[in-house]
Design a protein around this ligand. Structure first.
Ligand code: ATP
Ligand code: MN
Length: 465
């Protein structure tokens, strides 16, 4: 007898096999004919398999007729072709073993659907819901596609540090890492003395692996990172998490246009793999989520059309001419908000847009300054439904320009001397970008809130579980 998954048991090829299944009861229904139907799920696919438990099982009255939603069971039996509509197979059970019961009174996941906000309060049990099963399988597939895409193209996977003493963006929004006792910190000259701290200087959780990634790109050519990323911004939006996963490729001898090409091929590969391997789950998202009927049309459209490349300056002109009233006003030199990004991708161009050459004042010191002196070689990829999904740039490879940009942004080049060394010795034009994994899942699924596409979300005021 083979131990098989529900996904395998649902396939017609399984008919005739004696099998063992292990999983959780979704529902039980007792038939007047003296037998019961058990809908079994084990997370291997969106659908359940129907188990027919005959009345002559030894524990039928004592156990089977009391199986509750949420209980864990082991089922042995034979896979049969199912007469019922919508399923190829069912299991005729010869043994049903209750492993762990779940009380109908207290088990929070009853048959009917639950709101996502409620499910966040039981984030340890929401993996058992159809939606979170689908999200989890999709996240897995996307992660695999990312590794495969880069591996096939000769990129190396680099593990950059989580704890860092350099602030990549040169801005705030950092979580401090310290072993100093907050009630009795060592002091020097009236301030907390971080030279007495664990790392002998202030340290933080990383906001990006880019700077360290550049060191490896400037030696191994093409690398990527894929790891947890932390931002302490107090932004309570459906697109921001305090802890999220970012993928950051970095390539030596790459200009901005090479970078754009890679970003486009990368996103398209992720989409086409999702359509190939996650169809059942994508269909579930399209059918069950509000305002998501157009999911496949959206994905196909992005997959089959070239991304539009538009300069920031052109983008601003389009927004100014749009005649729309914005919550945040548009002006050359100010940052674009989600409403602007989405307007460009969803309404104006109706396809993904790569906005490039942003004002230098908006972007970090490491982005390459254009000859006009006013803009930098930045690029953001904007997609329908989400807005910014990728942020990237060509990096400044000229030491003198880099140092003056640091000073301009109030940073001390000495604090970044190792980073400057990459320009001091064998400098090359190089580029890279960051893709947010959760934003990618939002885009692919049509889920509305980023808290619902990561196993245990961390947001301002929330680090439960
Ligand atoms: P935004 O303007 O949307 O806040 P950003 O410009 O700060 O994003 P980058 O520093 O360019 O973001 O980060 C690269 C990518 O990481 C973004 O394009 C996005 O996909 C993702 N990302 C950034 N911040 C967050 C966050 N707080 N939560 C989830 N994903 C994020
Ligand atoms: Mn960005």
């Amino acid at each position: 007898m083979d131990k098989i998954s529900v996904a395998e048991a649902r396939k017609a090829e399984a008919v005739g096999k004696r099998v063992c299944l292990q999983g959780w009861v979704r529902t039980r229904r007792d038939s007047k004919g003296g037998f019961s139907f058990i809908e079994l799920n084990d997370g291997s696919c969106q659908g359940n398999v129907q188990v027919v438990a005959p009345g002559d099982l030894a524990n039928y009255e004592a156990v089977v007729k009391h199986l509750h939603t949420g209980a864990s069971v082991v089922i042995e039996g034979e896979v049969k072709a199912s007469p019922a509509k919508g399923q190829a197979t069912e299991i005729l059970a010869s043994r049903v073993e209750l492993v762990g019961d779940a009380s109908t009174e207290t088990y929070p996941l009853q048959k009917k659907g639950h709101g996502f906000e409620f499910l966040r309060e039981i984030a340890h049990l929401r993996p058992r819901t159809n939606t979170f099963g689908a999200v989890t399988r999709l996240r897995h597939q996307v992660s695999m596609s990312i590794h495969q895409f880069f591996h096939e193209r000769g990129f190396y996977y680099i593990h950059t540090p989580i704890v860092t003493a350099s602030d990549c963006e040169g801005a705030g929004a950092l979580f401090r890492v310290t072993t100093i006792d907050p009630d009795a910190p060592p002091r020097a000259e009236g301030k907390v003395d971080y030279t007495k701290d664990f790392f002998h200087k202030p340290a933080y959780l990383t906001v990006s692996g880019q700077l360290q990634g550049e060191a490896f790109a400037c030696a191994l050519g093409k690398i990527y990172t894929f790891g947890p990323t932390f931002r302490a911004e107090n932004s309570n939006t459906p697109r921001h998490l305090a802890e999220f996963w970012m993928i950051e490729p970095e390539m030596a001898f790459y200009e901005l246009t090479d970078n754009m090409e890679l970003a486009e091929a990368f996103l398209k590969r992720i989409i086409s793999d999702a359509l190939k391997f996650c169809m059942e789950d994508l269909k579930f998202f399209a059918d069950r989520l509000e305002n998501n009927k157009g999911l496949f049309e959206k994905l196909e459209n992005v997959l089959n059309n070239p991304f539009r490349r538009v300069s920031y300056t052109e983008g601003v002109e389009i927004l100014l001419k749009s005649g729309k009233t914005w919550e945040f006003p548009v002006a050359w030199g100010s940052d674009l908000q989600s409403e602007h990004e989405r307007y460009l991708a969803e309404q104006h161009f109706k396809c993904p847009v790569i906005l490039y050459d942003y004002p230098r004042t908006l972007k970090p010191f490491y982005m390459k300054v254009n000859d006009d002196g006013k803009t930098v070689r930045a690029m953001d990829v904007l997609v329908p439904g989400v807005g910014e999904i990728i942020g990237g740039s060509q990096r400044e490879e000229r030491l003198d320009v880099l140092e003056s940009r640091m000073k301009e942004q109030g940073l001390n080049p000495e604090g970044y001397s190792w980073y400057c060394d990459l320009r001091r010795y064998g400098t090359v034009p190089h580029s890279g970008f960051g893709l947010g994994l959760e934003r990618t899942i939002l885009f692919l699924s049509g889920m509305a809130n980023i808290r619902d596409v990561i196993p245990f979300p961390r947001t301002p005021g929330n680090a439960e579980f």
